[in-house]
Design a protein around this ligand. Structure first.
Ligand code: FPP
Length: 248
C-alpha cells in the first residue's frame, strides 16, 4: 500500500535556511560569507526542485525578528537580497520561475523595494515554479493582521480566515506540504504557522550553505514515505482487514 504522499504533485516546500553564520564561523570567515554561500545553496535547490515534484518553494530569508541583529549584518543581508534580485532576474525568466515576496514591505529600503517590484512584474506570468521569499516576515503578525480585519459579526471559516492571512502576507496562504529546517535546530520560529498546520516536518543538522539537491531529494523521499492522515485514519487502516489480507 502506497502512502498518501507518494504521488502528491505540486508540493509546497517551505525552508528555514538556518546555519549560515555557524558555517562561516567554523571556517574563520565573517558571518556574511555564510549568507553569500547561502545564496548559492538557494540556486542549487531551486534548480533541483521542479524535477522532484515541487511547484512552490517558500524561503525564510529575513524574519521580522532579524531586525534585532547587528546593523552591519542586516545591511549586508539587504544588499545581498538586492544583488540576488538584480543578478537573478534573467535566470528566473529563463527557468520560468515566478518570484514573489511575502511579508511587510513598509520597512524595506526603497531600492530593494523597487528591485522586488521589478522582478515580481518580470516573472508574474512564469508557471514552472513559484519562489516565494519571506522578507520582514512574521507569521504571528500576519495572523494578528488578519484578526484585525475581522468585523465583530464575522464567523470566519478556515478558508475565509486563510484569505485574510493571504492579504496580510501579500500572497496566497498556501498549505505547506513539507517544511525543511537546516542547521540542527528544531523549531518553527514564527514561519508559516497557519499554513503549516498539517505540514510534514524534516530537520537536518547540515548548515544551509552545505544543503544541496541530494539533501532535498532525501527530504522529499522521506515525505513521500509518510502517511498524512490530516486527523483521519491512515490509508492502510481504512481498508478492511479482509481486503488487506487478500492484498497480502
Ligand atoms: C539564518 O542563518 C539565515 C538567515 C537569517 C538569512 C538567510 C538568507 C540567505 C540564505 C541569503 C539570501 C536569500 C535568498 C532568498 C536569496 P543564521 O545567520 O541565523 O545562522 P546561525 O544560526 O548559524 O547564526
Amino acid at each position: 500500500m502506497q502512502s498518501a504522499c507518494a504521488h502528491k504533485d505540486n508540493l509546497h516546500l517551505a525552508i528555514i535556511m538556518d546555519g549560515n553564520g555557524r558555517w562561516a564561523s567554523r571556517r574563520g570567515l565573517p558571518r556574511t560569507a555564510g549568507h553569500h554561500a547561502g545564496v548559492a545553496a538557494v540556486r542549487r535547490v531551486m534548480d533541483a526542485a521542479p524535477a522532484l515534484g515541487v511547484s512552490t518553494v517558500t524561503l525564510f530569508a529575513f524574519s521580522s525578528d532579524n531586525w534585532r541583529r547587528p546593523t552591519e549584518e542586516v545591511a549586508a543581508l539587504m544588499l545581498l537580497l538586492q544583488a540576488y534580485l538584480r543578478s537573478e532576474r534573467r535566470r528566473l525568466v529563463e527557468n520560468e520561475v515566478r518570484l514573489s515576496v511575502i511579508g511587510r514591505r513598509d520597512r524595506l529600503d526603497g531600492r530593494l523595494l523597487r528591485q522586488i517590484e521589478q522582478v515580481e512584474q518580470a516573472t508574474a506570468s512564469m508557471r514552472r515554479l513559484h519562489l516565494r521569499v519571506a522578507l520582514d516576515y512574521s507569521s504571528r503578525d500576519a495572523i494578528l493582521q488578519a484578526v484585525a480585519r475581522l468585523s465583530t459579526e464575522d464567523r470566519p471559516s478556515r478558508e475565509s480566515f486563510g484569505r485574510l492571512i493571504s492579504q496580510a502576507t501579500a500572497d496566497d496562504a498556501l498549505e505547506v506540504d513539507l517544511l525543511v529546517r537546516t542547521g540542527g535546530e528544531k523549531r518553527l520560529s514564527d514561519f508559516l504557522l497557519w499554513e503549516s498546520a498539517y505540514a510534514e516536518l524534516w530537520f537536518t543538522d547540515k548548515m544551509w550553505p552545505d544543503f544541496g539537491p541530494a539533501d532535498l531529494q532525501e527530504a522529499i523521499a522521506e515525505f513521500r514515505g509518510r502517511d498524512r492522515r490530516f486527523g483521519g485514519l491512515s490509508s492502510v487502516a481504512q481498508v478492511s482487514p479482509a481486503v488487506r489480507a487478500a492484498a497480502g
